[in-house]
Ligand binder design. Structure first.
Ligand SMILES: [Fe+2]
Length: 228
């Protein structure tokens, strides 16, 4: 497997490239529109064909590169069927899968940060988007978010993966790259440490976060697959 993590500084977003060494097919998870030249460079230098652009959810803090990548490379765009996005090529549901060569990438429906949040599981790795972050999680007060739902998603869909599974989040604001299922189950200050659902709901209800800065631009753009 070929694997690369990209970082977009403005929104502290992580994007992931996964590719099959044999077939040279690739996917990008949560690509950012401002970064497509970087992705193009890597695809070209490694002789890869971009087959799919996957979004974990409809982002509120950056604009997806889905449509730009589709125009440039002819890839298919993928998002959950509850996203409300009308222009995607493939709508996934829980446990549906995308194949690139020898690699199977399975979707796990993990709503709660938004209604359409999906994590992607492959070969000892899980890409959680904003559902589960390193020692944190996405906010639950916009985009039909719901703390009780997020608690169930993480406990049922992520903490049940093998302990050593590496978690690659959609963001990190402190320079960390990844974590593991065991580490988050034991140490995540909101969702781990044996916290109850009631405790988690209380934590999320008292975060007092500001209105998301980019949401009024990013949401309509992402509902259109990133077209401006
Ligand atoms: Fe998000």
């Amino acid at each position: 497997m070929i694997f690369q993590q990209f970082f977009e500084k403005q929104s502290s977003t992580y994007t992931y490239l996964i590719a099959c060494e044999q077939s040279r097919e690739a996917v990008l998870i949560d690509p950012v529109v401002s970064e497509i030249e970087k992705y193009a460079e890597v695809l070209q230098s490694q002789n890869l064909v971009l087959s799919y652009s996957l979004d974990t959810h409809v982002h509120a803090d950056h604009v997806t590169a889905a449509n730009s990548l589709r125009s440039k490379f002819g890839c298919k765009t993928v998002i959950h069927r509850h996203s409300g996005v009308a222009c995607a090529d493939i709508y996934i549901t829980d446990r549906s899968a995308i194949r690139i060569g020898q690699i199977l990438i399975e979707a796990r429906y993990t709503p709660g940060h938004t209604r359409a949040c999906t994590s992607y599981v492959t070969e000892g790795m899980v890409f959680t988007g904003d559902a589960l972050l390193i020692d944190g999680c996405g906010r639950t007060d916009f985009q039909e978010g719901d703390a009780a739902t997020l608690y169930d998603s993480i406990h049922q869909q992520i903490f049940t993966l093998p302990d050593e599974t590496v978690i690659y989040p959609g963001h990190d604001y402190r320079g960390r790259f990844s974590t593991t299922v065991q580490h988050e189950r034991l140490h995540n200050s909101r969702l781990g440490q044996g916290r109850s659902k009631a405790e988690f709901i209380d934590i999320m209800a008292n975060l007092n976060l500001p209105y998301p800065e980019k949401i009024d631009v990013a949401l309509p753009a992402n509902q259109a697959c990133g077209q401006s």
